[in-house]
Design a protein around this ligand. Structure first.
Ligand code: FAD
Length: 376
């Protein structure tokens, strides 16, 4: 059996690993447009649950990932310069580049063929289609999805908020959500450390705030200087570091059908979930586990792809629903800014409706006691 994978991100690489472990005789090739050490992105986060899935599915990568990651159990909400800590939320962070290098090495040791610096603009050619399974793991702007859009029937909804990914040497211990009201409007930062020296720092604001701040006319340097001023107290003098960072709009990706013939989509190519609820990396890795599991009971590609859609789609839909509630909260954050810090933090923690009062009380009784004492 021959498998071609377009895209060497977390989804494509991890799927290659799991399939090669399952069937050593498979010929698996990954085509990736970037070089192995291109540094796109800063840190990515995993929940505890994702880590346990990784352990169950490939101990080697799990061991390497957990050797290099940073763990925390607190969400810190900073509003009106007051920090409210909510415990009981176990997450870990790792540099995206480090994760990719671990997965690349594991692929190589198992005998997966990796072709870097190879951009595939049309997958519908003999060279790629002549295989038993073609995987489109080519990210949010997937050329595979576009080529077969008539079959996948994707819907892409571009949201109005703007966001930008930065790194910083200021270490945020725990997922830190910081809010500041300025003359231009409200800015939110999502930050967490992902190794001993660096944190991810994502800034988000609504379209009106973005226009009033005049970011369209600003250089990269001027944009960073502006945001370093907004978040001056939080960054403690540290700079925001750009990595080809650009303002973008979040795009909600869904596909009506997940496969066509012997072609299947994975990870961001298949679906996205707003970054405020957990990283796309977690979903990408869990997709790979789900799809490889479908090949445990059958070697018939069509059957396995149908089973993948049947089993995984409801899980993703539930996740996307919660992520949608979360993104709406961030889009409307100016409506909550009049709340004092404790009720603000409570509203934020319960925004996706997956966590409620009882759940929070179990996670962090001290936080709930303080919230109740505040008279909210
Ligand atoms: C630039 C960037 C920065 C990011 N930064 C972060 C971050 O800091 N933290 C975080 O949590 N999440 C980040 N994300 C989101 C997160 O990485 C994704 O949700 C997650 O990686 C999804 O995994 P994936 O394998 O499905 O897609 P991706 O990680 O996007 O991988 C897709 C791969 O396919 C390759 N590719 C695309 N088109 C082609 C083509 N035509 N031919 C060959 N190869 C192709 C791409 O180069 C890429 O390596 C970032 C995403 C991007 C694109």
């Amino acid at each position: 059996m021959k498998i071609n994978i377009i895209g060497g991100g977390p989804a494509g690489l991890y799927f290659a690993i799991l399939m090669k472990k399952q069937y050593a005789g498979l010929r698996i090739t990954v085509f990736e447009r970037n070089a192995p050490d291109d540094t796109f992105g800063w840190g990515v986060v995993f929940s505890d649950k994702t880590l346990s899935y990784l352990k169950d599915n490939d101990e080697e990568t799990h061991r390497e990932i957990t050797d290099s990651f940073e763990m925390w159990d607190n969400v810190d909400v900073v509003h009106r310069d007051q920090k409210i800590t909510i415990r009981g939320n176990k997450f870990s962070g790792i540099a995206r580049l480090r994760l990719l290098q671990i997965l690349q090495r594991r692929c190589q040791s198992l005998g997966v063929h990796l072709h870097f610096r190879t951009e595939i603009n049309d997958v519908d050619v003999e060279r790629f289609r002549r295989c038993n399974l073609l995987v489109g793991a080519d990210g949010i702007n997937s050329a595979t999805r576009l080529r077969y859009s008539r079959h996948f029937k994707p819907s892409l909804s571009v949201r109005t908020n703007k966001y930008i990914w930065y790194g910083t040497r200021q270490l945020f211990h725990g997922l830190t959500l910081t809010f500041h009201e300025t003359d231009a409007g409200v800015f939110a930062a999502h930050s967490y450390k992902f190794n001993k020296e660096m944190s991810t720092f994502i800034v988000e604001c609504d379209a009106e705030t973005w226009k009033r701040a005049r970011f369209a006319e600003m250089s990269d340097e001027a944009t960073r200087a502006y945001l370093e001023n907004v978040f001056g107290k939080d960054l403690h003098g540290h700079k925001l570091l750009s990595n080809n960072s650009k303002w973008i709009n979040f795009v909600n990706v869904r596909n009506e059908r997940w496969s066509y013939d012997n072609v299947v989509l994975l990870g961001d190519a298949l679906h996205t979930a707003h970054f405020s609820i957990g990283s796309g990396t977690k979903l990408a890795l869990e997709d790979s586990i789900a799809l490889s599991n479908c090949f445990k009971t059958t070697s018939n590609v069509r059957e396995a792809l149908e089973e993948f859609e049947r089993v995984r789609k409801p899980v993703i839909e539930e996740y996307q629903e919660a992520a949608y509630e979360s993104l709406l909260w961030f889009e409307n954050v100016k409506d909550y800014m009049s709340l004092s810090p404790l009720p603000f933090a409570y509203k934020l923690m319960t925004r996706s409706k997956r966590i409620d009062y009882e759940n929070l009380k179990r996670r962090d009784p001290q936080f709930i006691a303080a919230y109740e004492q505040s008279g909210s």
